[in-house]
Design a protein around this ligand. Sequence first.
Ligand SMILES: *[C@@H]1O[C@H](CO)[C@@H](O)[C@H](O)[C@H]1NC(C)=O
Ligand SMILES: *[C@@H]1O[C@H](CO)[C@@H](O)[C@H](O)[C@H]1NC(C)=O
Ligand SMILES: *[C@@H]1O[C@H](CO)[C@@H](O)[C@H](O)[C@H]1NC(C)=O
Length: 313
Amino acid sequence: MAKLGFLLICTGLLVVITQVAGQQLPPDYVTVKPFVGSRVFAAGCANTKTNKPGCMAACPKMCADECLVFCPTCSTLCKCQLPGNVCGDPRFNGGDGNTFYFHGRKNKDFCIVSDSNLHINAHFIGNHNPSIKRDFTWIQSLGILFDNHRLFVGAEKTVVWNDDMDHLNITFDGQAVSLPLEKSARWVSAAVPRLSVSRSKASNGVVLELKGIFKIMADALPITEEDSRIHNYGVGKNDSLAHLDLGFKFYNLTDDVQGVLGQTYRPDYVNKMDVRKNMPVMGGAPKYASSHIFATNCEVSQFGQDSVATAAF
Ligand SMILES: *[C@@H]1O[C@H](CO)[C@@H](O)[C@H](O)[C@H]1NC(C)=O
Ligand SMILES: *[C@@H]1O[C@H](CO)[C@@H](O)[C@H](O)[C@H]1NC(C)=O
Ligand SMILES: *[C@@H]1O[C@H](CO)[C@@H](O)[C@H](O)[C@H]1NC(C)=O
């Protein structure tokens, strides 16, 4: 289990906090809480190749989430910058290592991964900002299909956000998946023992795992008035726009995988976006539109295309 080492010393601007990496981080990384701009002492780096007793690093200013320290070089990045992560007004980190925005449309569903036996749709929520032409969007839920199963994870709509309350709604084949409100609580499917859901924190954070196929880290979080002010989202007081920040790991994708994120894992993927731009935007949203959260009818869909999978029926 992840060990938590907490050491808080405030001497002027110096904040020292360490946390040994949880199971969802790649090796050699430790997480530190985002004390923006302040220097952090990553004691969890002590056992790496550097053999140093921890290291000092400064977290990037833009880290809205956890800041990670890469121990071998003592360099930092935000968790949302790791490949396979999708955060905020959706910013995707492709399997090819490039970062891009995909805005989708609010109140619509888009296939973000579509493979012969794995399909993942995302439901987008947002608000319209008349001062710019597009909607601001966030991912509110995922519909995940494999074999003949349906897994759903969503952030529940809520006016006022209270982080001590769990705002995640998880269902498997239509049945609620309920987990005690404690870190590391774990549910294993009776029907599909390879499938588990574990809490990464006491509330609002889970890891969904289908052994050998995927691991999905999902955190529910609100848009705060502070976020709204900084980014000019124009979010009102009626809705906290609870949404998901996501981290994906895939272990058995085929070379034909498609979808907004999925295609970036293809060996023949060619990035056609203008990567010289500060943050390129992936267009072509209609190609990825699914008619509902469990529909596999997006134009690029690969689900069920595998001859082996269909021959089984
Ligand atoms: C959870 O999501 C399912 C599927 O969308 C929905 O039917 C159900 O009402 C939700 N439960 C709660 C407590 O919101
Ligand atoms: C991985 O995918 C292949 C087909 O692409 C399939 O035959 C195999 O069973 C899959 N592995 C697992 C663990 O499901
Ligand atoms: C939203 O908030 C406004 C006041 O800020 C209120 O008049 C209105 O009824 C609210 N709408 C809903 C749907 O709660």
